[in-house]
Every structure is written in C-alpha cells, then in structure tokens.
Design a protein around this ligand. Structure first.
Ligand SMILES: [Fe+2]
Length: 317
C-alpha cells in the first residue's frame, strides 16, 4: 500500500473473504421477476442491440469521438472542520470509465488528464461497461489510463454495478488500493482525514456497506460510493461524498434535462453536480464513459479536480 495511506479497518483478509463470498452470491443470483426490472432489462437489451447495429456507422463514430471530449471540472470546497494540514489538498475524481464501450477511452482520458496534477486520485466505479468483459482486459485498459494520472499519494478505487469481484486483484496489482467497505486514513503530522470506500450499493447492497459508514472513525471523513443512494447513512460521519453512476443522464434534452438517471425519486436531487445533505457536501460526476450506447446527447463527460479548503463556513464554489 502507498506510504501515505494507513488502514483503519481491522482484519481486512477475513472481512474480504466474507465480502467476496457475499458478492459472488449476489453476482450469480437470478434476475428479479418484478415488472419494472423486466422492462428495464428489455430496454437495456434493445439499447445494446441498437449500439451493435449503429456503432460502425460514421455518424455514431463521430458521436463516440465527441463523447471522449472530457470536461475538467475544478471545484473548491470549503469546510470549517477540515484539519489545517489538509487546507489546499487536491483530489482527482474519476468515475464511470466504461473502458470497454468506446475504443480509445483509456488513451483519450490519459491524454486529457496528464496535465491535471493532484495529491490523490479516487475512482468511484464502473471500470467496465459490459459485465462479460474479462477482468484482465479491464485492468489492461486501466493500466493505459493510469499513464496519465499524476498524483503524489496514490489511487483509491471502489467497484460499481458493472464491475465484478474478480476485478479487485488485477486492479490492486496495478497499485490501486481498492476499498471494499473499508476505511483508510491520510496523515499529515498530527492531522488526519479518513476515506471510506463502499462496494456498489445500487445492485450489490449488503449491510457490510452501511456498517462501514457507521464504524468510520470520528473526524473529517470522505465517503466514496458508486451512486448517491446511501447519502442518508453517510451524512452522520462524513463531510464529503463523491459518486457517479448517473452519467448526468447521458442522453439529455436540449438544456441538459436528463431523459432518465436510474435513481428513485427521493435521490433524484443528487443526480448530478454539487449538492448538500445536512452538513455533508456531495458531488455526483457525469463520469468519463458511456453506458451501452457509445455516445452522449447534451451531456458532456467530465473528470473532477477538487481542492479542499478550510473556511469558517461550508461553501460550494
Ligand atoms: Fe456507469
């Protein structure tokens, strides 16, 4: 593990064994029979077939190239209780890479972010798009993307709903510290902040995830979660929540209103951009890649660079 990161979660090998067994059961569980799930899977299948048919056409190839034109979003977030040693600390937030959906996603992202330095990089899941893409292929794509990541204190990652348990080892062999309902701390002198990373809670929610949030140490905490669907649990002990999953809608009406974001009504206010829940600030990134359809409409892909600032009042710039 990187020298800057210190494990807080105890007995990780046995916890991971439990986590892995639960994850495998959930990954192989039969699909639900509820009509909403059936409709969603039907639409998903239609979109996948449309992507296969339209993908090679010139118009879609051009749209795919435009989808890789990443926005770099700069955020300065202020907190009254940020430990002083972390005033000015920078985090590069990548999410929803879907590296296997559009050829060249890893290389284009690496080129775009190569000049964006930060102290730490966090990746909040969906490394792949197709759930049948082998873990080794995903890791090879991610290794290419890592060529452009310029950070001092390492890369933290979590899994998304498109990712599998089998991807953890190949990603960790690249030096990425995967957080599977686990917490690490960053220390500067006597000051420290902690970061809790959860397994996906959209499709693979397990009570170990809520326990990880509950058991996080006191002090300044950051939660990494693939989707904004566990905001209420995180707010008690965390000051910042970083997530993705929604792709900002990916297909939006003129003006940017998403056609769908895949969240229940009560979470839709967290579907993109900056938000606040109680004392906790959050950011839902539109992410890098595309889901199933290899293009975006009125929704630009993004990478986010966050600067943490100490200030008397919580401020979102
Ligand atoms: Fe995604």
């Amino acid at each position: 593990m990187n020298e800057a990161l210190h494990d807080i979660t105890e007995d990780i090998p046995s916890r991971r064994e439990t986590w892995r067994a639960n994850r495998q059961v959930m990954e192989h569980a039969p699909k639900g029979r509820r009509w909403r799930g059936r409709v969603r899977r039907g639409l998903y299948g239609m979109a996948a077939r449309a992507a296969r048919v339209l993908g090679p056409t010139r118009i879609v190839r051009r749209a795919s190239a435009r989808a890789l034109d990443l926005d770099i979003t700069e955020l300065r977030l202020s907190f009254p209780d940020l430990p002083l040693a972390f005033d000015g600390y920078t985090i590069l937030h990548l999410t929803d890479l879907h590296l296997d959906n559009i050829d060249g996603t890893a290389a284009a992202t690496a080129r775009r972010i190569a000049h964006v330095g930060a102290d730490l990089c966090v990746v909040t899941g969906d490394f792949r798009d197709n759930i049948h893409t082998p873990a080794a292929t995903v890791a090879a794509h991610f290794e290419e993307l890592l060529q452009g990541v310029r950070v001092k204190e390492g890369v933290l990652g979590i899994l998304g709903n498109h990712d599998s348990e089998s991807m953890v080892e190949p990603l960790e062999s690249l030096g990425v510290r995967m957080l599977l309902n686990e917490t690490v701390s960053l220390r500067r002198g006597d000051d420290r902040i902690h970061i809790t990373g959860l397994d996906d809670v959209h499709r693979f929610h397990h009570h170990q995830a809520t326990h990880a949030l509950r058991d996080a140490p006191d002090g300044f905490g950051i939660a990494l979660v693939h989707s904004p669907e566990i905001v209420e649990h995180a707010a008690a002990k965390h000051r910042l929540y970083l997530c993705g999953h929604t792709h900002g809608g990916q297909i939006c009406l003129p003006g940017g209103r998403p056609v769908a974001v895949g969240l229940k009504r009560r979470h839709r206010r967290f579907s993109q951009g900056l938000w606040q829940h109680g004392e906790m600030l959050g950011y839902t990134s539109r992410g890098i890649g595309t889901c199933v359809l290899p293009f975006r409409v009125n929704s630009r892909s993004e990478v986010v660079r966050i600067t943490l600032c100490r200030s008397p009042h919580a401020v979102m710039d």
